[in-house]
Design a protein around this ligand. Structure first.
Ligand SMILES: Cc1cc2nc3c(=O)[nH]c(=O)nc-3n(C[C@H](O)[C@H](O)[C@H](O)COP(=O)(O)O)c2cc1C
Length: 349
């Protein structure tokens, strides 16, 4: 579905997209309606394969209505059978996050499907490159959901340099805190070929999110998110170190954030049940809406297509206004110095 690209980059060219934007494969939230809407709008729609519920994945894939979508998995929970069930659907890409991609990469390559690996550190990126990933996602700690400690602002250019030095054909997406055209434009300037967007598209009309959580996100500032392991303890999930999950701060994270052993213990059973009920009901105080610092930039719940258009249009306007401000380059003395040398150039942006 190649429409003319709104903001052409190597990512839009390679994947035939209109917008250099991928939907984060958010467990539970990125169902078929959202992934299909993103794909039809010209982004890369990735179904949230999450913890690997095969029936859920099959039903949601059908809900994408035949749109060309891919899927993302939480690697430490993935099985060969689940991966094969996805590969026979002909995904446009498979994304692996949170764990060693090496055991699964050969099957993905053999199917001719692009492999996207989400990385939180330079070591993760090296492992992803060893596994033959065609796309690396540099995920900073601002991100909603699971992640680690590196910030987007330094991780993206550091991984851009790593790729430029050794595997310049590998694409790079920035993730963590990107919710508008400013974040997209900044990511391209940091050396990314596009962005992977979670929280902003979690707050889309098609996302599988209870209305109460959406309302809490619209009301929240970016100050009120927190990283903890409390929601994982409440689900008795054994997430490996170093990953924690960023959610909105709530009475639940205040009470249990520092007491996850007690929450996992038999005496925590009632609290775990209360949390599960709050999650189902969309009660943001007793539950934990999964969202990142970008909530402070979210003021509405529009359709995904509108979010993608806004991202590209704002980024284009910002990038072209910079050029028109200084048509001949930054003059010496403006800002107190001569123009800086250009950054290392990649083959195409
Ligand atoms: C609600 C939610 C659920 C998420 N679930 C997953 C997941 O199942 N697998 C995954 O790889 N990443 C998951 N993430 C993280 C995203 O892949 C991505 O890194 C992150 O959303 C980017 O930061 P942002 O939220 O600021 O856009 C999730 C994020 C959110 C907000």
């Amino acid at each position: 579905m190649t429409l003319s690209a709104a903001l052409p980059t190597r990512f839009t060219v390679r994947f035939g997209l209109t917008h250099p934007v991928a939907l984060a494969p958010m467990a539970g939230a990125a169902g078929g309606a959202l992934a299909g809407a993103v794909a039809r709008a010209g982004g890369l729609g990735l179904l949230g394969g999450g913890y690997g519920d095969a029936d859920w994945i099959a039903a949601e894939w059908d809900r994408a209505g035949g749109a060309p979508i891919g899927i993302g998995f939480i690697t430490w929970r993935l099985t060969p059978a689940l991966l094969n069930a996805a590969l026979v659907r002909g995904p446009v890409a498979v994304m692996l996050s949170f764990g060693d991609p090496a055991p699964f990469a050969p099957a993905i390559h053999a199917a001719g499907v692009p492999l996207i690996c989400q990385c939180q550190t330079v070591d993760h990126a090296r492992a992803a490159l060893d596994a033959g990933a065609q796309v690396i996602v540099a995920q900073g700690a601002e991100a909603g959901g699971h992640g680690d400690r590196r910030g987007t602002m330094t991780l993206v250019p550091e991984l851009a340099d790593l790729l430029a030095a050794g595997t310049p054909n590998t694409l790079l997406l920035a993730a963590g805190g990107i919710a508008d055209g400013r974040g997209l434009a900044a990511s391209l300037m940091l050396g990314a070929d596009g962005v992977l967007v979670g929280t902003r598209l979690w707050a889309a009309a098609e996302a599988l999110v209870p209305p109460g959580f959406h309302a809490a996100a619209v009301a929240a500032t970016g100050d009120v998110t927190v990283r903890s392991s409390a929601p994982d303890a409440a689900r008795l999930l054994d997430w490996p170190a170093p990953f924690t999950i960023r959610t909105l701060r709530s009475a639940f994270t205040d009470r249990w954030g520092g007491h996850t052993a007690a929450l996992r213990a038999p005496e925590g059973e009632a609290a775990r049940a209360d949390w599960a009920a709050a999650q189902a009901a969309g009660d943001a105080s007793a539950g934990t809406p999964v969202a990142g610092e970008a909530v402070g930039l979210i003021h509405d719940i529009p359709p995904a297509a509108a979010i993608l258009s806004r991202l590209s249009e704002q980024a284009c306007a910002l990038l072209s206004s910079l050029c028109s401000k200084y048509p001949g380059g930054v003059p010496a003395g403006d800002g107190g110095s001569a123009p800086s040398p250009p950054p290392p150039v990649k083959p195409e942006i």
